[in-house]
Structure formats: C-alpha cells, structure tokens
Design a protein around this ligand. Structure first.
Ligand code: NAP
Length: 304
C-alpha cells in the first residue's frame, strides 16, 4: 500500500493563519514583530533564502530589514551592524545568512546577537538551553520536523527515531528535540555510512528523518515497512530521460529539478507516511521562523 503523503503546504498555511492573528495582537499592544536578515556579500543560496524571508514577511504584515554589507566589510563593521539590530525595537528577530566571507568568523557574528533575538537558535546560549530541554527558541527546520510529527499524533515516548545527518543546524538539534520528548534516538552520519552500518540503523526506525544533502541516499531497502519518513534534504539534480541521458531545455542546457534525499517514488510504496520535496519540510520551516519571531517580540515586550 502506498504511504500517506503529508500535505506540508496545508500545514504551513494553517500555521500562517494562526500566526497572522498573533502578529495583529502584538501590533494592537504596540509591539512590533520584525525580522532582519544579515547577508555579507552575495552568496547565491543565501540570496535565494533571503528572498523567501522577505516574501513571507510581506505576506504576513511583518517588518523586514535587509542588511547586506559588501563582501569586503570588516568583521568589526558586521558586528556593529548586529549591535544596532540588537537595539532596534522594530526588529524582534535577527537571521544571519551564511556562509560569511572567510575573513569573518561565524562565532564573532553569532555571539554578538542578542540571545532574545536569536530566532534560528544559532547562539551557543540557546543551543545549550535546547540541550537542557529549557527551550527559548528551537531552530526552524528541526522545529518543522517536530511540528509534522506532532500534527500526525506520533507518540514520541519510546519511538525508535533515526536521524541521518548530524549538522549543528539540522541533524543534531532534531536528535535533541526528539530526545527531549523521550524517543529512543539514533543519530547517524557519514561515518555510519562509511562503516557500512547505515541500513542496520535505518531499517529499525519507526521514524526516519533524513538531512544529509544527498539525492537518492534513502532507497526502500533502508526503510522499515510502514515507517514514517521525513525528508529534509534539498538537492538540485539533472532531469534524465528513460535512457539516463540529461533532458535539455530550450537553451540547450540540462533541465534540473529539486529533490530530497529520499527516493520518493520507490520509498512511498514501503513507508506508512512520507513528506515530499518540494512542498515538504521547507514550507513549514518558514513558518517556524516566523513563530520564533513572534515569540521573540512577546518576550521583548513582556507579553509572554
Ligand atoms: P550539512 O551541514 O552538509 O550536513 C549533512 C549531514 O549529513 C552531515 O552530518 C554529514 O555527515 C551527513 N551525511 C552526508 N552524506 C551522508 C551519507 N552518505 N550517509 C550518512 N550521512 C551523511 O547539511 P545541513 O545543513 O544539515 O542540511 C542537510 C540537507 O537539508 C541539505 O540538503 C539542505 O539543503 C537541507 N536543508 C533543508 C532545509 C529545509 O527547510 N527543508 C533547511 C536546511 C537544510 P558528516 O558531517 O559526518 O560529513
């Protein structure tokens, strides 16, 4: 039987409506929900993400500030921009967009963000609180995974949850959030694969959360019958014809498409529930960021 495909766009729209009401309530009390992005230079991926943030801020009636110093700005100049955003009452949340240029240390920038404006939980203080289960802000993508599982009424207690990927921004915090809910969590990564042990872990998973950034990594043989599969990966791949040759566009260039880390069509026939890509975790991630910006506004204005 084919898996239930989770309609993440519908979930995101529901959350959006809930948040719009909260944003209006904040405004009525004289408090501003606002997001500032900080991009140093013009990295393509970061610019694309910034566009999305700008768009959903506009759609939801939220203040948006775009800080975009040139690529050769000094670290001190960038820290000073963060300090001024920390003081700005119209900014409830600050979102640094990485990568920063090589001469600028991630830590210098992230450590200068006011911990009450750190809406994607980059600051070590907020990551420490997350580890202890005393959360102010959980990072957006891991929160989106939790939101999906909660809306599907997963009983976390004792559930076997396997996470593929252990990055500081996705895999590791997902594992911690599941552990805080008393799931039995296994975190796997490149060394698990290199040791030939990935299938050993993933085939025991009631819930398999994949955040590796490798298209086609998860095939049906790695999935337990009836498992709940959450695909966080976002990869651009060439579109191939039935002979495996690239399909060209009207300009003679290979056509591309966005896929996750899971072989969706094949795994869908074995899993119990599955999230698609595109239109999956990413759609909800944006709303989790906005939820944190609303929470930050309330925190800063004594409304919590
Ligand atoms: P990342 O920093 O590159 O981390 C990838 C993780 O996967 C690393 O822990 C890596 O292990 C592990 N890994 C790589 N190949 C593996 C393999 N063959 N087997 C097992 N583990 C493997 O990436 P990220 O920032 O965490 O993002 C992961 C994916 O999620 C990317 O595709 C990204 O575009 C996507 N993403 C989606 C959203 C969303 O909202 N949907 C948000 C953020 C990211 P090592 O560290 O040991 O090498």
């Amino acid at each position: 039987m084919s898996a239930k495909v989770i309609d993440c766009v519908a979930i995101a729209n529901e959350i959006k409506e809930e948040l719009k009401k909260e944003i209006e309530e904040c405004k009525a009390k004289g408090a501003t929900v606002g997001i500032a992005t900080l991009l140093v230079g013009d990295d393509f991926g970061a610019r694309m993400y910034r566009k999305q943030v700008e768009k959903f801020c506009e759609e939801m009636g939220v203040e948006y500030i775009n800080e975009n110093p040139p690529v050769d700005s000094s670290e001190e100049d960038v820290v000073n921009i963060v300090k001024s955003l920390n003081e700005n009452k119209k900014v409830s949340g600050i979102l640094p967009l990485r990568p920063f240029p090589e001469h600028i240390s991630d830590y210098a920038i992230i450590n200068s963000i006011d911990v009450n404006k750190d809406i994607d939980c980059f600051h070590p203080y907020n990551m420490g609180k997350l580890t202890l289960g005393e959360i102010t802000f959980a990072p957006a993508t891991p929160s989106a995974c939790i939101e999906i599982m909660e809306r599907e009424r997963l009983n976390f207690e004792g559930a076997e949850i396997v996470v593929v990927g252990h990055s500081n921004i996705v895999g590791k915090p997902i594992s911690l959030l599941c552990l805080n809910r008393n799931a039995t969590v296994t975190t796997t990564h490149i060394y698990t694969s290199m040791a030939g042990n990935l299938a050993k872990h993933t085939t025991g998973a009631d819930v398999l959360i994949v955040a590796a950034g490798k298209a086609g990594l998860i095939t049906p043989d790695l999935v337990k019958e009836g498992a709940f599969v959450i695909d966080v990966g976002i990869n651009r791949v060439k579109v191939l014809d039935e002979n495996g040759n690239p399909v060209l566009n009207e300009k003679g260039k290979p056509k591309t498409k966005t896929v996750g880390d899971v072989d969706f069509e094949a795994v869908k026939e074995k899993a119990g529930k599955i999230t698609p890509v595109p239109g999956g975790v990413g759609a909800i991630t944006n709303m989790m960021l906005m939820r944190n910006a609303v929470k930050a506004c309330k925190l800063q204005n004594g409304l919590l």
